[in-house]
Write a protein that binds this ligand. Sequence first.
Ligand code: 5GP
Length: 120
Amino acid sequence: ATQPYDDQNIFAKILRGEIPAKTMYEDAHALAFHDINPQAPQHILVIPKGAYVSWDDFAAKASDAEIAGFVRAVGEVARAAGLVAPGYRLLANTGMDAHQEVPHLHVHIFAGRPLGPMLA
Ligand code: 5GP
């Protein structure tokens, strides 16, 4: 079972404007900002505005409009950052084995250099 949503998580605070972030995209469904500890020359996090703990929680509970809006937003962020031609990698750590640290769904966008076959 998915853990309950903790509205004191760091990304909830960013969504509420309680702590700053380097926001680079926002629409009705999503917010995107630069990762505080970048693992690639471009490292962007895209989060849904709804209160979803993880990919699993979102896929199971979000409305079709939220899911479509979020997926489109991830694509829009990558386009806005000029990443389509060079390419980019998406990653959504989900749960303990994947080392998900922040319990609000986030999709990582990595880009800006050849990334190799996979992240460890
Ligand atoms: P996870 O391991 O949960 O998939 O990734 C969490 C990510 O959030 C990490 O890459 C980490 O650097 C980033 N992060 C954690 N706290 C903050 C913060 O306060 N601001 C920003 N911009 N990124 C954060």
